[in-house]
Design a protein around this ligand. Sequence first.
Ligand SMILES: [Zn+2]
Length: 312
Amino acid sequence: MFYYYSKGLSSSFLRFFYFFINIKLSFYLMKVTIILSKTNKRQYLKTLLILLTLFTSSLLALSNQPFQGGVAVINIGEFEQKPKVFFKAREVKVLQKDGDYVAVIGIAIDEKAGEKHIVAVTKKKKEHIYFDVDAKSYKKEYIKLKTNKRVTLSKTDLQRFQKEKKKTKKILKSFNKNISSNLEFISPLSGRISSTFGKKRYYNGKAKSPHKGTDIAAKRGTPIVASLGGKVVLRKDLFFNGNTIYLDHGEGVITMYSHMQKFAVNDGDDIQKGDVIGYVGTTGRSTGPHLHFGIILNGEAIDPGVFIGDYR
Ligand SMILES: [Zn+2]
């Protein structure tokens, strides 16, 4: 059986930012209304219509239209038991909601736009479910570093980085069935968002890979909390990311916290949402005290703004 994904907001986190966006949009519309009603009535009605169309489509893009670097939330319906769901041969997170199962799929920033499909499997059933991924363009960002140590790597540093990459990649691709979460993330730190997800980065003029998280600037030493409950699966000083913690939330959901000044937890610790796990610093490739916060689903870094909201 084949069917297309078209269901609306199916989980509480989506309803949550739907609510906030609605408030913001209503406010904006009110402002526009006041300005335009003072000038030309026909022009005002036309603009209102265009604005409404734009807002409706942007809401869809944020809430349930998957995009490059975003998340596909797909209601896969009823099954006699919890199905295993695969996207590109990798197992993805499945939630249960009002008798239906919902697959939550991380879309890589470099995933080609267009039609995609997932496969849901139980002992009795196998279904292919189709959905579309929209293209999204991200801005550029130019960063100046004092030295080129973390731009053009020495042989020793390159070897260190490659070793670290092998280790982190393995963790990010893991699928732990013993931990489960509801995906109701909280912000790990309150502060100014100093850089958003997806920006194409140039360090001292040299093109590097895009930014795979949200940067939150705060004073050195400010406590950082766990965005969700989980297990510490990495606690390490990494060449680029500095002092970094990975928390495993099960079923391919991992959060990362980088550039810390110091750690507050140990490898293997079980952590509750909101527990202090470390303190803001500027270790690794960093230009000032901040937290680099990343969310990984099925091995793909996605925009944390989808869950913790740059939109609040
Ligand atoms: Zn960052």
